[in-house]
Design a protein around this ligand. Structure first.
Ligand SMILES: O=P(O)(O)OC[C@H]1O[C@](O)(CO)[C@@H](O)[C@@H]1O
Ligand SMILES: [Fe+2]
Length: 191
């Protein structure tokens, strides 16, 4: 067994960033095919490869006895009428759960199971969303100007299955309708 020592890390309560670790950054170009309006995506990308979100992998061992954790920061904006969001994923060990605690902003956690159940829960500062095993999850920022900052924790062995969502998409999307966040069926869902 590898010895692992207690460690101390800092996450800024305002912007979610850590001064003790480098984040993983996802820009627009890493999100090809994820937003429903392909033309809006290409038009936006031609103006620059903006940062959509960043998060931390704190490097804990990938054992079920360990707890992976960190912050996730999704920046405000839309691609066409669809709010900025993370790629979203199932866990490779599909029955592993995850908890997210919202520190700043306003958003939603979009979730679905392989069987087709869907659920979305609101993120506001002070609210925690529990994502049970088997539920794919994606964070969505619906605030016009503020970043969505959450702190997450999940079993170290969970892993990320991105392929299923990359090929099928989520069944539901969050778009702006009459100035308000609205859930619609994904017109491009490929299940
Ligand atoms: O690109 P995705 O799907 O957002 O995955 C990264 C996110 O998921 C996590 O791995 C948690 O499952 C976080 O690190 C981060 O919020
Ligand atoms: Fe996850």
């Amino acid at each position: 067994m590898t010895a692992i020592f207690p460690s101390l890390h800092e996450f800024n309560l305002n912007n979610g960033l850590s001064s003790t670790r480098e984040p993983i950054r996802r820009t627009l170009s890493k999100m090809k095919g994820m937003f429903h309006d392909q033309a809006a995506f290409e038009a936006q990308l031609s103006k620059g490869d903006a940062l959509l979100y960043e998060f931390y992998d704190m490097g804990v061992p990938d054992s079920e006895k360990d707890v992976a954790y960190g912050t996730s920061i999704t920046y405000p904006g839309k691609v066409g009428d669809e709010y900025h969001m993370t790629k979203g994923h199932f866990h490779t060990v599909i029955d592993t759960a995850e908890v997210y605690y919202c520190l700043r902003g306003h958003g939603y956690m979009m979730m679905e199971t392989p069987e087709g159940e869907t659920q979305w829960l609101e993120f506001l500062p002070g609210k925690a969303v529990y994502v049970p095993g088997r539920w794919a999850h994606r964070s969505i920022n619906v605030h016009p100007t503020e970043p969505l900052v959450t702190f997450f924790a999940f079993p170290g062995n969970a892993g990320h299955d991105y392929g299923t969502i990359e090929s099928k998409g989520f069944r539901k999307l969050m778009v702006e309708r009459d100035g308000k966040p609205t859930v619609i069926d994904n017109p491009r869902w490929n299940g």
